[in-house]
Structure formats: C-alpha cells, structure tokens
Design a protein around this ligand. Structure first.
Ligand SMILES: Nc1ncnc2c1ncn2[C@@H]1O[C@H](COP(=O)(O)OP(=O)(O)OP(=O)(O)O)[C@@H](O)[C@H]1O
Ligand SMILES: [Mg+2]
Length: 308
C-alpha cells in the first residue's frame, strides 16, 4: 500500500500589505504519494506559486504546514528542487558548470570527482543537452536553458521536483518536445512532481492528478481530478481519445464555469463569448485568441486554451 509522502495540512498564509493583512491561502489540504505527478492549475493570482513556495520552504505558512516523509518543511533544502519559469541559470557558467554547482552542493564528500562528472553528464544527457553542455546560457535557446534547469534540478536527486510553469515562456513546439522529454524522464525516474501550469492540455497529458484551485483571496483546493490514462501517453493518439477529452472538459468547466473570474463574468455574458466558451468545452478547435477562454496556447491539437 502506498502511503503519504508529502502532506499539506490546513495551510493558511497571510501577507502583510500596506492596506493590512492579505490572506492568500485558506485551509489548503493535499496528500501526495511518492512518484505522483501533480499539476496545480487555477486562474492567475489565485495562489499557485504561493503553494509551491511554501512546499519549497521559501514561504512559511501562517497556519498549518507541510510534512515531507513525516519531517516538517520550514526552510529550503536540496530534497525539494525548484525549476522556475525563467530557468535562472548563472549566465557566466556553462550548462555543465551550472549543473555542477548544484551537484557539488549536494554530493560533496559523497561522490568522487570522476563520479560527479559522470553524474552531471548523465543528467544533461537525460534532457538531450550533451551536444551543448559547454555553452553558456546566452549561447543557447530558451528551450535549451529550460532543459539545463531541469537537468540541474534532477541532478540533485530531489525527493520532490517543484516546477513553476516550467514551459510557460516557450513556443508551442518546443514546449511539446520538452513535455515529451519530461514524460520519458519521469517514466524512468518516477520522481514526485508538483508542476504549476496554465495549460489544460499540459496538465492532462502529464499528470496523475490535477489539483484545481479556487480564485483568491483565501484560495484553496477546489477539486481534484484523477487522470486515469495509461502511460506512456502519446499526444497525437490522445487528441481523439474520449476519456482524454472528458478530463480536459472537466478542467475547462472548473476554470471557466465554476471559477470564472469576476472580471470575466461581464464578458462571458455576451453571446459571442458564451458561444466560444461552449465551443471550447466541446473541444472544438479554434485559432482565435480573444476573450477569457483563449488567452494563450496549448500543445495538443490546434486549439488554444489557457487559464487567464
Ligand atoms: N510576498 C507577497 N506579499 C504580498 N502578497 C503576495 C505575496 N506573494 C503573493 N502575494 C499575493 O498572493 C496572491 C497569490 O499569488 P501567487 O503568485 O501565488 O499567484 P499565482 O496563482 O501563482 O498567479 P500566476 O498564475 O499569475 O503566477 C496574489 O494576490 C498575490 O498578489
Ligand atoms: Mg505563479
């Protein structure tokens, strides 16, 4: 029987602001099993990054807390590696040296020099970066930088991989390639992952469960959707899969019906927008990008759907 690996219990957070205290999260509860791939999805500003930062140990919950393997999380640690949207590589170091920095931090005294070299190269190979490992960040593309960021995180052999919109800044094609690489790596390593995404298709394609957050302030877990699709998953085959489309529609319905943002309510009430929302819910493909339901891109099929 699998037991809880990572547990968020009754997490509240309040931020001091000039106008007084702002309660961003209210009573967030989540239990994650070892090896699970969890996506966090919700409208912009609802509190996804805040949840991730609490798990990373960068923010401290005002109430409640986080346990990893029964141990309280209250500071950052290498067993919880973070991949940020903007890769955050050190610009004066090569891809290899960026990974090396993290490896030295974690494995100093545990691995020999030769073992470290082999481990760095292995992790760069996992993300298909062997050919460019001696290049600096300004000599490689955004997708390649993101690969190095993922290699650096994986090389730390974290218990939990935390990713805040890791592919958000990438074009659709690069994003699809990286999602496929990540699925391959995940298949091999079986990491526990929490990934924030705005992309409904990305969430369904990659996740074991999708955690959908309500709008803030005082945001919390709204619904959790279990994605029972066999792995390995193939984006082309899934585009026509009724079960895949059912999951997709469930997430869209949560985001654009149940948790429609207040400022979107007026717009959505207009017939044209309503019609567009309905079309998206039916998985109709549209290239138009106006309105709340189509502000950015996805990577499966032709349609462009993303949370605000
Ligand atoms: N350090 C802070 N001080 C004050 N308020 C904060 C702080 N960090 C986050 N917030 C507020 O908490 C709320 C949640 O922010 P958060 O960044 O977690 O949202 P998000 O869901 O990640 O949004 P996005 O999708 O745009 O990245 C927002 O209203 C934000 O302004
Ligand atoms: Mg965020």
């Amino acid at each position: 029987m699998t037991t809880t690996h990572l547990e968020l219990t009754g997490v509240d957070i309040e931020f001091p602001t000039p106008k007084g205290s702002f309660k961003a999260l209210d009573n967030v509860n989540l239990k994650i099993k070892k090896g699970e791939y969890i996506s966090l999805i919700g409208h912009s500003g609802c509190g996804k990054s805040t949840v991730l930062n609490i798990v990373a140990g960068l923010y401290q919950a005002t109430k409640g807390g986080v346990l990893l393997d029964g141990k309280e999380v209250n500071e950052p640690g290498p067993e919880r590696a973070v991949v940020f949207q903007n890769h955050s590589l050190l610009p004066w170091l090569t891809a290899y040296e960026n990974v090396e920095l993290a490896v030295k931090q974690v494995f100093k005294g545990k691995k020999s020099k030769a073992e470290m070299k082999e481990w760095i190269e292995h992790n760069l190979e996992l993300v298909h970066m062997t050919h460019a490992m001696h290049k600096r960040p300004d000599e490689i593309s955004g997708g390649m930088k993101q690969r190095v960021g993922i290699a650096r995180a994986l090389a730390m052999e974290p218990k939990v991989l935390l990713m805040d919109e890791p592919f958000g800044a990438l074009d659709a094609l690069t994003r699809a390639h990286l999602q496929d690489s990540l699925m391959e790596i995940q298949n091999e390593l079986n990491n526990t992952v929490i990934m924030i995404t705005h992309d409904v298709d990305e969430a369904v394609l990659l996740s074991d469960r999708i955690v959908m957050m309500t709008n803030g302030p005082e945001a919390t877990v709204g619904e959790i959707l279990e994605i029972d699709l066999p792995r390995p998953r193939n984006r082309i085959e899934l585009a026509d899969d009724p079960q895949y489309n059912h999951y997709r529609a469930a997430v869209l319905s949560f985001l654009y019906e149940k948790q429609r943002k207040p400022e979107e309510s007026d717009a959505a009430a207009k017939p044209a927008k309503k019609e567009k929302l309905a079309r998206n819910l039916q998985n109709d493909t549209t290239e138009e990008t106006t309105g709340a339901v189509s502000t950015a891109e996805t990577t499966t099929g032709n349609d462009k759907v993303k949370a605000a």
